[in-house]
Write a protein that binds this ligand. Structure first.
Ligand SMILES: Cc1cc2nc3c(=O)[nH]c(=O)nc-3n(C[C@H](O)[C@H](O)[C@H](O)COP(=O)(O)OP(=O)(O)OC[C@H]3O[C@@H](n4cnc5c(N)ncnc54)[C@H](O)[C@@H]3O)c2cc1C
Length: 408
């Protein structure tokens, strides 16, 4: 089949590679000059296979009113029309049962993702700072730590403040400044943009892959109720099948196809602090209360966080960057005064935090999008699952939780 993949972020690129591997002719289309121009660029760098719980939860529901108040909270919400419908579905997903359903589905997809990334790297070596660094989640208050204590069956351990400091000597907190932590040894880190650039270069060298960058996608071309082409500013691109991986742009495209795809752009910020000789983090660290993650990358530390529901603007906000800088200085003594790259991106979030993978209401259009906070972690598994479904194979992990039909 000739398959056009719409979007060259980490989801589109992995979709393109897995489909190419399965023997298809692939066209990869994106409006940017190069790959990973948007959310897949300077994200938190965490391959977080165990921390997959959704954002919607009973606890989040209780906290919602406080996120609507002004101030520099970790989550900020400005209500608008597009957010209202999405928000109602989000509120519906804030139940224990739904959290359990999402967590189980995401754990299976994350396991698949890890296995598929490993398989990919066995066949195609890529150098993007991948490291099984382990993840330490630090809790500043005891109630949060108690709620997160791992059960005996979970591959994680609860640590006292002193044990956290012994494990991660770069942590600059005093033992009485926090309640403790949870450590998961098997979590990984890696630079998503470097992965994307290298996979893009491999795709470029393949004779069955046609790359169309600098190409803005408009509306679908539909004949006999089937999508047979896509209008772009460079002309119509025809294919037997289209895979929608436009990140936060997917909702608008779905609307032009005549159906609703509940994806909202949730803005996050990051800074990349170039190493200056200060003690380097050994592990990836999450500051649970502040919703900030720290990842050691080759030659730098990535600091990322926040969830701002404020529309499609991708400009980094000065106050958010200042918050990341002061948190990095206070928590790790990282001098964020020198060479720092500020960045912001939009996570394509569904109300229940599960991606949408499967057929769309429009024949000829397949959906692989909406990975939200976990797109880097879930990319290779999502590409595998998409390819399984497109090929009519038994899916490598349960597919039903990711179908668009769950939104009714
Ligand atoms: C601050 C922050 C931290 C994060 N940290 C992590 C993390 O630690 N671990 C993790 O797993 N995930 C993390 N994520 C989430 C992850 O980065 C995203 O889920 C993932 O990058 C989404 O990939 P994507 O390919 O769907 O979207 P994108 O990377 O945004 O790609 C979409 C592509 O579509 C193109 N496009 C859109 N509209 C059009 C159009 N009309 N025409 C042509 N092209 C178009 C864009 O140019 C873009 O290249 C983080 C995100 C943010 C913002």
């Amino acid at each position: 089949m000739k398959i056009a993949v719409l979007g060259a972020g980490v989801i589109g690129l992995t979709s393109a590679w897995w489909l190419y591997e399965a023997g298809h002719d692939v066209v990869l289309v994106d409006r940017a000059e190069g790959p990973a121009a948007e959310a897949s660029r300077a994200n938190g760098a965490q391959l977080s296979y165990r921390y997959v719980a959704p954002m919607a939860s009973p606890k989040m529901l209780a906290q919602l009113p406080s996120h609507l108040l002004p101030g520099e909270n970790a989550i900020k919400v400005s209500l608008n029309r597009e957010l209202v419908g999405w928000g109602l579905r989000f509120v519906k997903a804030c139940t224990r049962a739904e959290v359990a359903r999402t967590t189980a589905a995401q754990l299976a997809l994350a396991d698949l993702s890890r296995a598929e990334l490993e398989r990919l790297l066995g066949a195609v070596p890529l150098d993007f700072g991948l490291r099984t660094a382990g993840k330490l989640v630090v809790f500043r208050n005891r109630a949060d730590l108690d709620a997160a204590r791992p059960t005996k069956d979970e591959p994680a351990e609860a640590l006292t403040p002193q044990q956290c400091l012994d494990l991660e000597p770069a942590l600059a907190l005093k033992p009485d400044e926090f309640a403790g932590g949870v450590y998961t040894a098997l979590e990984q880190v890696g630079d998503c943009a470097a992965f994307c650039e290298q996979l893009f270069a491999k795709l470029k060298a393949c004779n069955r892959v046609d790359i169309r960058m600098d190409t803005a996608i408009g509306r679908p071309v539909v004949k006999n109720r089937r999508m047979i082409g896509v209008e772009t500013d460079q002309g119509i691109i025809e294919a037997d099948l289209f895979v929608l991986s436009l990140g936060s742009g997917a909702r608008a495209f779905a609307r032009s196809c005549g159906f609703n795809l509940p994806i909202y752009p949730v803005k996050g910020h990051s800074i990349t602090i170039v190493d200056d000789g200060a003690p380097k983090l050994k592990h990836s660290v999450t500051d649970y209360s502040r919703k900030i993650v720290y990842a050691p990358l080759p030659g730098a530390t990535r600091v990322a966080g926040f969830a701002d529901f404020q529309g499609y603007d991708t400009t980094p906000v000065r106050s958010r960057i200042a918050q990341l800088k002061s948190a990095a200085a206070e928590t790790f003594g990282l001098a964020a005064s020198g060479d720092v790259e500020p960045w912001a991106g939009l996570r394509p979030m569904t109300p229940d935090s599960r991606p949408v993978i499967g057929l769309s209401p429009l024949d000829g259009l397949f959906l692989n999008t909406g990975q939200g906070m976990l797109g880097w972690t879930l990319a290779c598994g999502s590409a595998r699952l998409s390819t399984d479904l497109i090929e009519g194979r038994t899916p490598s992990c349960p597919a039903e939780p990711f179908a668009l039909a769950r939104f009714g």
